[in-house]
Ligand binder design. Sequence first.
Ligand code: AMP
Length: 117
Amino acid sequence: MAGMTLFQKILAREIPATIVYEDDDCFAIKDINPQAPVHVLVIPKTVIPRVGDAVPADQATLGALLLAAGKISTQLGVNATDKGFRLVINHGRDAGETVPHMHVHLLAGRDLTWPPG
Ligand code: AMP
């Protein structure tokens, strides 16, 4: 357990969460503090602490995350032009990052204002 990130502990079923998707590269959970009716975190199984720390060897993992997000948006019924969704990656303090295991927020189910806060 020591040294594992929060999300690795969730993947290992050491911490409970609602897992809505899993494949070889990544998994997705419902956010515990949802900011929209649909708020899912898409998380790589390989830990990249922050997106700005990613290296060329992470290219396939990063691509897999976006492909998974697209599949999950379909699974959740928001992959339509009359609905829609937003993907967010927070890096560092100013962006409000709290878990240093890179992840993509998938938000949907309400009008998402622009610019974001
Ligand atoms: P970030 O602030 O971008 O690092 O995102 C971390 C996200 O993880 C936040 O939206 C939290 O609500 C979410 N979170 C923290 N702990 C849990 C948990 N145990 N299960 C599900 N989501 C969590």
